[in-house]
Write a protein that binds this ligand. Sequence first.
Ligand code: N01
Length: 541
Amino acid sequence: MSANQVNNLDVVVLGAGFSGLYMLHRLREAGFSTRVYEAGDGVGGVWYWNRYPGARCDIESIYYNYSFSEELYQEWNWTSRYPDQPEILRYLNYVADKFDLRRDIQFKTRIIAAHYDEKMNLWNVKLNDGTSVSAKYFISGAGCLSSANLPNFKGLESFKGEWYHTGKWPQEKVDFKGKRVGVIGTGSSGVQAIPVIAKEAGHLTVFQRTPQYTIPARNHLYDPAFIKQTKENFAEIKRLMRETDTGNGLQIRNISALSDSPAKRRELFEKVWEEGGFGLTSSYNDFLINEEANHTVSDFIRSKIKEIVHNPETAAKLLPDYYFGTKRPILDSGYYETYNRENVTLVDVKEAPIIEITPNGLRTIDGEYELDIIVFATGYDGMTGPLFKMDIRGKGGMSLKEKWEGGSMVRSYLGLATSDFPNFFMITGPESPSVLVNMPSAIEQHVEWIIDCLEYLREKGVDAIEPTVEAEEAWSKHCREVAEATLYVKTESWYTGANIAGKPRSFLIYLGGFVHYTQKCNEVAASGYNGFTLSTIKALR
Ligand code: N01
């Protein structure tokens, strides 16, 4: 079916990642004609693009999957504690095949614009192949981290070597063997890629702006007996995914870090450090709201860095000083140990900033580094970035970017919708719990809420839905107040938009807890969509 044959759809969905695939499945089941547009030539979303060496999920695999289908859960076997990118991509391809999703997905097609036509009550969606489609509803499954950030370094076009961004990695294997490689960036992507690249490269230079806390993942293969047990416990796994604040199987211990003696705390920290994974983050309940509590865990990780890294000068450069957890926590496999290798150099680019990329490498104010390959592990324009990449226009031709004043005035109701953009929904949008919950959990909750809503509107003969200004103002205010009471807002991070030059600072993740948030969404639905305006065509004309 070509794009120009699919006018007047019920729904257009953007993206064929975890969000778009499940949204499509549910829409089709409910009888809505739907088309998904995906820029990649396969399903997977971020897991399609993030093929960099070492790419792996840091949520345990038994929780990093859908829970809507027990049959699917019983059929799929994860091989290790933390699934690597190829395995997650195989899983999503399996899902696409099992539910026969591909026939309604148009690959290699990017949505470049979506304009709401008030007269027709339709979304006109423009595609990069020059065609357009129209649909009553437009649903974004673009996610929070799909717009890669390539900093505007002077001279990149003059570079004679190869360069790559972790978030747009090529399908072919990149050969680092014997090469002089530079990695810029030490967030989750850099921390995963650096140990793997170091093993292959002739020499690796890491250009670090902000040192990060990372915790050993201690990944291992799963024992088949364990997998069997998780399948028997499907109901409990589903409950943990859907009815806890993390959605990832971790339960935050409801006790302050300051209520234990230093010796007892250290004993617990050592234990969870040895176990690996995010157990450290959930060992006490006040790391993100109490500076002193945060110091206990930050000091502990700093002591580990000093223990692991042999060269004291390198260790000193690697010591973070922000509040642990206020940048996205990271799991690693041998990250700090990598700096003990002879072929690895750490350069502090906060102390000596990068001035330019040169034909032969990279120059900081301290001098030039000759490189054959540069890897940009420089992250994403998060939250609003994927939405602003398209020209989304609501009533009166106003763009989303204009309405949200470039990101400084984001106003949404529950992170699901925004006023003046009728029949537009965002899966894990700004001001929802999104990235601070296990993503499949957050996605399933949003998709199920949206499908219930569309079924309700169809049943009641409603043609358009949008939040009231009052409801979204109140929700946004609530989001800001909750965030202001935490340490998150004290740290410069992609959470706050500080990683992108010129981007307005705002904290767009709802921190009131996934359980509370889900309850609130359910209450809104049960009330007949309080806080939304529901209109019929008659009212619209
Ligand atoms: O990006 P980041 P990421 N000059 O923004 C540096 C998810 N994820 O792709 O901290 C020099 O965290 C920047 O420095 P600074 C996860 O949610 C998950 O690594 O801004 N350096 C930082 O060190 C994660 O949080 C997995 O000072 C520059 C780095 O680049 C999110 O994606 C795996 C620079 C960017 O770190 C983003 O992670 C991977 C410049 N001009 C990613 N600009 C899982 O395991 C930026 N930097 C599931």
